[in-house]
Design a protein around this ligand. Sequence first.
Ligand SMILES: [Zn+2]
Ligand SMILES: [Zn+2]
Length: 440
Amino acid sequence: MQKKSILIIEDSKFITSFIFKSLKNDYDISSSLDPEEGLRKYFDEQPDLVILDIMMPKINGIEILKKIKDFNPKTGVIVTSGRTLAQDYQLAIESGADFYLFKPFSPKRLQQVVDNFFSGTLKLGSYEELVEENKKKAKISYLPPKHNKNSYIKFWGTRGSIPVSGKEYISFGGNTSCLEIRRNDELIIIDAGTGIHGLGYDILNSGIKTIHLFIGHTHWDHIQAFPFFTPVYIDHFEINIYAPKGFGMSVEDLFSGMLRREYFPVKLEEMAAKFKFIELADFKPLQFGDIKISYDYTIHPGITFGFCFEIDGKKIGYATDNEFLTGYHSDPHKIKDNDSILEPYRHLIKMFKDCDILIHEAQYLPQEYESKVGWGHSSIPNAVALIRLCNIKHWIVTHHDPIHTDDFLKNKLQIHRNILKEGNIDCFVELAYDGLKIPM
Ligand SMILES: [Zn+2]
Ligand SMILES: [Zn+2]
């Protein structure tokens, strides 16, 4: 008996030789890598079966399929394709294909389809059956590495000075400073700006009982929403408040002073939570479960701390208010590691050195900074110098100026990038916004 003949029209050399190897020797097989030549070959050789790729250059495989079926409807055509959309399947079947085989296919599957065609038992599967078969091929779906959903940092307030609201502040938000650091049942909060209001509701039913609240300094934008932090009114919460030891007033006095009757109807001693006030002065790192926190002075009016925390081998720096290189207006790239101008900042460079993420302000454009020296905030170029000196690869800018609208901040971000690029500094920079959450 004469061998049955098969023509492969397929523009991939690799797949063509794969098909050759997949099929038994009892077929007479020829092939063409070029669709136009393949069609000519079809008319010359008039094979019994064509294995046709439908995604090829120059001519669409569907057109070839139609020409084959117009010439001789009895020629079998098995369409093979990496396109697995229902529309592609439908079009091929309506154009006369005898079978639609999803790529990639196994040698066994191809042999089976070809054998069934020649024995007259090839049954055209429905699209759904093909999809199902394809799923089985994958056997186990890929799963990405897991991360702990209860381990993250989240920005609840990213604004300095005063909260802002309105349509100009939708992207970045308008709440003043508040950062949540969470690792399972350990909760650390830095600052009680207006962002803490939403955080308070978020933790009410979280099972958390102990809250460690750090205050970087006691300017309004870092404490103003403390009376609106709902856990202070609930007796099962234990709230430990850590703040820099001041000159004169104790931390507890600062908080009770803010809650005097003239300012607010509920006094500190009338609040239901259990409070403990801890004055930070010895610069010894603190440990809460898996989280280690250290702190040091930043350059800001009054006593102000920047923080560094370590979670799961990652080191994150945090400074919302820090005027790095006070009064410096020149090129930030010219400052060398051993420059004497850096002397007042050595401790900060040391603390933030090699942080995986540095969260640090850069409140002013260079031209704004000219009239704001001594206000306690950095210009963008001076903050870039800190980024370079500390070898930071990921910088999140926070504590945005209240007059900087969304549109302004988006343009400002580009200025950070331009300065980094100009100094060949390999660092990803982004702007914090209210709600930004980073898994740890
Ligand atoms: Zn501030
Ligand atoms: Zn301040």
